[in-house]
Design a protein around this ligand. Structure first.
Ligand code: GLC
Length: 503
């Protein structure tokens, strides 16, 4: 335990000659500011335990090395991934084969903030669905929002389309009864956060499911009609006038009060981005002439061969849709915990824990999804010297025998996985900004989703990586007129109402 006292020292004991890689691939001492400072501290702490009870513990060193090599994403790799993303995006816009679909959304008018009226919105696409009623007051002001949230049971996600849309319509019915005096009529914006080939602002066919949804009889069908039929059969007089992806809703929610909001991101259960594009740069657009169009990139499906590690491959193969959404599976909340679980149970990392802790971790987190992303977030939240809160969380889960070094290794595993996720998100964001030539002036990137909102340091780590990729855009500096990442809370739901107002 003696060496723990020297936590500030980064230098490896001379007995262990090979230097450990830093998680980003940079020299840790060069990492300063924002997410980098915090990462350097945690990095130094993990290294300070290399010398354990008077000797270098090779198993621990090799576990750290395995983690850091697997998850490092240095600047040259981010640049190569950005180039790959841009070439896939250009192909997608041209209608050529591409893993990035670049779907026209039929949102071709800019939101001004002057839109007014009462609207309903329905937000479906992740762990929960929400029903909202709100008033757009104009002047960029969204009035009080009434809403209800419903957890979506697996039976609805994986049953028939009628089960799923019936469950949603039942939720709307309850909302109307409890929050709207039993009577609701008017326009409803429908946020449906899956890849959809739209044929109008209020019509679109599901291309494929993801994020664990598999409801039958929906792929290839118009999801607006499926919803409208279930509403009608319950006597609900709401009219679906807009269909929107959550990324588009997020961007438009920010745009309601900020004209510089031209990109919307989701970093939650899944991940995706939408942005404002000139139609002259969308060769596949065959619709009515217009100058601009919001494009739903569906970047979660970016093909990641060559960028995935052994753990990514293992978790992809265990999903209901292997080989697709591979970018999403390296970043989003549905997968982060699973990536971490797979990593710490893998022999290359498990060897670094004390035998008792390794055995208990293996038993406690034996089944898929038993290590949630929220647990990772809570682990990273703990910055106390002995990681006392991590100890409490592990005890509660059933891991009762762990040393402070075991906790430090677990903390480091979480940090490696989530730092890579933030850097991957930043890479695609930078590539999109460059592709759309939005990296020159002021641009607000509106972001919604629990990973961005709640995961400790995620935003700062993204900003640090954006600063590396787009140094001139000054993302990390709140007063600079560059690119800014801004939380658009509840944007995915509110935005559908704003798009309904545009309709
Ligand atoms: C998935 C969906 C996409 C959605 C994202 C975030 O990637 O395909 O449409 O925007 O999840 O919810």
């Amino acid at each position: 335990m003696g060496a723990a006292a020297g936590a500030a020292a980064f230098a490896l004991p001379t007995a262990y000659a090979k230097p450990l890689p830093s998680p980003t691939g940079q020299s840790p001492t060069s990492q300063v500011g924002g997410g980098r400072k915090e990462r350097t501290e945690s990095f130094n702490r993990a290294d300070s335990f290399i010398d354990w009870q008077g000797a270098v513990d090779t198993d621990y060193v090799e576990a750290l090395r395995a983690l850091r090599l697997a998850y490092k994403l240095p600047l040259d790799m981010m640049r190569s991934l950005a180039t790959h993303f841009k070439s896939e995006a250009v192909a997608g816009l041209a209608g050529q084969p591409s893993s990035v679909r670049m779907l026209p959304t039929f949102v071709n008018k800019r939101v001004t903030g002057a839109e007014t009226g009462d609207f309903y919105a329905l937000d479906l696409g992740g762990t929960n669905f929400r029903v909202l009623r709100l008033t757009l007051e104009g002047g960029g002001v969204v009035g009080p929002v009434k809403s209800m949230k419903f957890a979506i049971p697996d039976t609805a996600k994986t049953g028939t389309g009628a089960d799923l849309f019936g469950f949603i319509a039942d939720g709307v019915s309850r909302f109307i009864a409890l929050e709207c005096g039993g009577d609701a009529r008017g326009a409803l914006g429908f946020t449906f956060s899956f890849p959809v080939e739209q044929s109008a602002l209020d019509a679109g066919k599901l291309i494929m499911w993801n994020k664990g949804f598999t409801a039958s009889g929906v792929i290839g069908e118009d999801v607006v009609q499926l919803l409208q039929a279930q509403l009608a059969s319950r006597g609900i007089a709401l009219q679906v006038t807009a269909l929107a992806n959550d990324t588009v809703g997020t961007m438009e929610t920010a745009a309601y009060k900020d004209g510089a909001a031209k990109v919307g991101l989701i970093l939650g259960t899944g991940t995706n981005a939408a942005y404002l594009e000139k139609t002259s740069r969308v060769p596949k657009w065959q619709g009515a002439p217009c100058e601009e169009m919001v494009i739903n990139t569906e970047w979660g499906n970016l093909q990641m061969d060559g960028y995935r590690n052994v753990f990514d491959v293992i978790i992809d193969e265990a999903t209901s849709n292997p080989g697709v959404q591979t970018f999403e599976k390296m970043i989003s909340g549905l997968y982060l915990g699973e990536i971490c679980r797979t990593s710490i149970l893998h022999p290359s990392v498990a060897r670094g824990f004390s035998p008792a802790a390794a055995a208990q971790l293996r038993a406690t987190f034996a089944s898929p999804s038993s290590f949630q992303s929220s647990l990772m977030a809570a682990i990273e939240e703990d910055t106390s010297p002995t990681l006392a809160e991590v100890d409490r969380l592990l005890h509660a889960a059933g891991v009762t025998s762990c040393t402070v070094r075991d906790r430090v290794l677990l903390h480091e595993a979480c940090a490696c996985v989530s730092t890579r996720a933030a850097r991957l998100s930043a890479t695609a964001t930078a590539a999109l900004l460059e592709q759309a030539q939005l990296d020159q002036g002021a641009c607000t990137v509106a972001v919604d989703g629990t990973v961005f909102e709640c995961y400790p340091h995620f935003k700062q780590r993204m900003e640090a990586a954006l600063d590396e990729l787009l140094p001139a855009a000054c993302t990390g500096h709140p007063n600079a007129p560059g690119v800014k990442l801004v939380l658009a809370k509840d944007g995915s739901g509110i935005g559908a109402a704003i798009i309904a107002a545009l309709a």
